[in-house]
Design a binder for this molecule. Structure first.
Ligand SMILES: [Fe+2]
Ligand SMILES: [Fe+2]
Length: 193
């Protein structure tokens, strides 16, 4: 799925389902961070008009997702927890190239975003196919489609603003790194846990 090297064990969905308040809070913060990341990308690369347009749309969509998750938290009488660290994303952040040219850093930031979208999309699929709660199963199926579109958008811009060959090579490195990294996860009630 989306080039991912390792698929999530479906038992992770049971862990998540047993801790809905926790997974929903974590999920809401993932959406907030995705919006923030899109805003950061447009802030640092504002000379690309088409990118600014697309990142604006993604930031708005991610905050719509945030609102949907937050609404579910309220409807179910749960408490929205404080923002928490996302160790998985922090490890990906460390892998992101920060040296080289400004454009290299820009392209790797897009690939970092695409990587998170790909794994989030896969986790949403696992949730949608394995949890017994019908409302949430449908909710996660709809979100899965939206995040897959974001994944495509980030990769498309990486290929547009750099040599396709270089992007393909670097994307393979991202997939290999993530395939190793994700082996340490799949046991916690967080979206990337
Ligand atoms: Fe989202
Ligand atoms: Fe997204």
């Amino acid at each position: 799925m989306l080039g991912l090297k390792l698929l999530t064990d479906p038992r992770w969905a049971n862990i998540a389902e047993d801790n809905l308040e926790e997974i929903l809070s974590d999920h809401a913060w993932c959406e907030q961070k995705a919006a923030t990341n899109a805003i950061t990308i447009l802030t640092y690369n504002s000379e690309h008009e088409d990118l600014v347009t697309a990142m604006t749309e993604i930031a708005i969509e991610e905050m719509e997702h945030f609102k949907m998750v937050h609404d579910i938290i309220k409807q179910r009488g749960f408490t929205f927890g404080r923002e928490r660290k996302d160790d998985y994303v922090n490890q990906l952040f460390k892998f992101m190239r920060k040296d080289g040219s400004r454009n290299d850093a820009f392209i790797d930031r897009l690939l970092f975003a695409a990587m998170i979208e790909a794994r989030s999309c896969e986790r949403f699929r696992v949730l949608s196919e394995n949890i017994k709660d019908d409302e949430l199963a449908k909710f996660y199926r709809d979100l899965m489609i939206s995040e897959a579109n974001h994944y495509t958008t980030f990769l498309k811009f990486a290929k547009k603003y750099s040599e396709r060959r270089n992007v393909d090579k670097r994307w393979k490195e991202w997939l290999d790194f993530e395939g190793q990294l994700i082996q340490n996860y799949g046991t916690k009630e967080t979206i990337h846990g």
